[in-house]
Design a protein. Structure first.
Lengths: 250, 106
């Protein structure tokens, strides 16, 4: 069947010219340019990526995962070379003319987006809350009376609430510090525990846009930040700016 | 201008919540939007969103005033507590619907 063009990212034409890599199913990555802007693309089979094919495959998580990885690999390669506006998954064109038309229609906004992420990357900061270790219950004998039992339960509930507030305060404090360095921030939904591979409760899932020159200082702020008992922070990056190169059109 | 990018995150949730829900959205020639695919939509919503205090928010640009957003964040966290019940309910409804759809597919 005929080939379509799968679009991974938008960038400047001179950046796209330097990209030399392969994409989905090893297809050669090239670019379609228009007036200094470019879409980074590779050929895909329209049987697999046409309307019927996509509907079918998008219901298959294994397929989605493999395409997502190939997609992200190309995006990261562009990010290495210059400012990048990563595409959302599965944007497919019949040919270069359609791509040029789309680029022409969004040139001003895209230029603005690329200027905004130029020399900057996305960093992910998360916080995981586990219940504090020993509670009042451990090391004590059985409650002598019903009243003792209720008093102890009340105390445990209060301790849990205090610990929970302590954790939220710590997240707030770290966020305030990071906001001083970062140019922008965004909170994402908490991740499913199994998919995200973590224990405890994810009480912070934040993305920050940070200048490349400030990256290591940003990482240090998170790693050096003192967390209260039962709370742990993680920091990852630099990543391409998916969460900040945002544009929606037709 | 070349720079180092961190290798791909080992965490599938990190990749999926970005490539499926963020990034540039423009109309391709193939008109399947990810929202149309009900099974995937439900699965992904279950996979990347769980009942929790953290909430989805728009982007804050702090190039001029970082302290603005720190205050807003406190309000967000406080109102997030109230929303977690609504999220629990939505989660249960999504799981019920997913079972229904999978039973239909047979």
């Amino acid at each position: 069947m005929a080939d379509g063009l799968y679009a991974y990212a938008l960038t400047r034409a001179d950046v796209a010219d330097q990209v030399a890599t392969t994409g989905i199913h090893g297809g050669r990555v090239t670019s379609v340019t228009h007036e200094g802007l470019a879409a980074v693309v590779s050929p895909v089979d329209l049987e697999e990526f046409g309307e019927d094919g996509l509907r079918r495959h998008l219901e298959d998580l294994d397929w989605v995962r493999d395409v997502a990885f190939a997609h992200d690999d190309v995006v990261r390669e562009v990010a290495r070379l210059g400012p990048v506006a990563p595409m959302r998954l599965a944007t497919v064109f019949f040919g270069p003319d359609s791509v040029v038309e789309r680029l022409a229609g969004m040139a001003a906004e895209l230029t603005q987006v690329l200027d905004r992420v130029d020399g900057r990357s996305e960093w992910s900061v998360k916080a995981f809350s586990e219940r504090d270790g020993a509670t009042a219950q451990e090391g004590e004998g059985r409650p002598a009376t019903g009243r003792d039992y209720l008093a102890r339960r009340k105390q445990q509930a209060q301790e849990k609430e205090t610990a929970s507030e302590r954790h939220v305060d710590a997240v707030e404090a770290l966020h305030g510090e990071l906001a001083e360095i970062a140019l922008a921030g965004r909170h994402l939904s908490a991740q499913d525990r199994q998919l995200g591979g973590y224990t405890g409760e994810m009480i912070m899932n934040a993305a920050y846009l940070v200048g490349d020159v400030d990256g290591e200082r940003f990482r240090g702020l998170v790693e050096d930040h003192e967390a209260p008992a039962g709370l742990r922070f993680t920091v990852e990056g630099p990543w391409p700016p998916y969460s900040f190169a945002v544009l929606e059109q037709g | 201008m070349q720079r180092q990018m961190e290798p791909r995150s080992a965490n599938l949730a990190d990749i999926l919540e970005r490539v499926l829900d963020k990034g540039i959205v423009i109309a391709g020639d193939i008109s399947v939007s990810l929202v149309d695919v009900e099974l995937l939509t439900i699965r992904i919503r279950l996979l990347v969103a769980s009942v929790d205090k953290a909430k989805e928010m728009g982007i804050d640009w702090w190039e001029n005033d970082p302290m603005l957003s720190s205050r807003a964040r406190r309000e967000e966290i406080d109102s997030g507590r109230a929303d977690s019940d609504a999220l629990a309910e939505e989660n249960a409804e999504l799981r019920r619907r997913l079972e229904e759809l999978e039973a239909e597919r047979g």
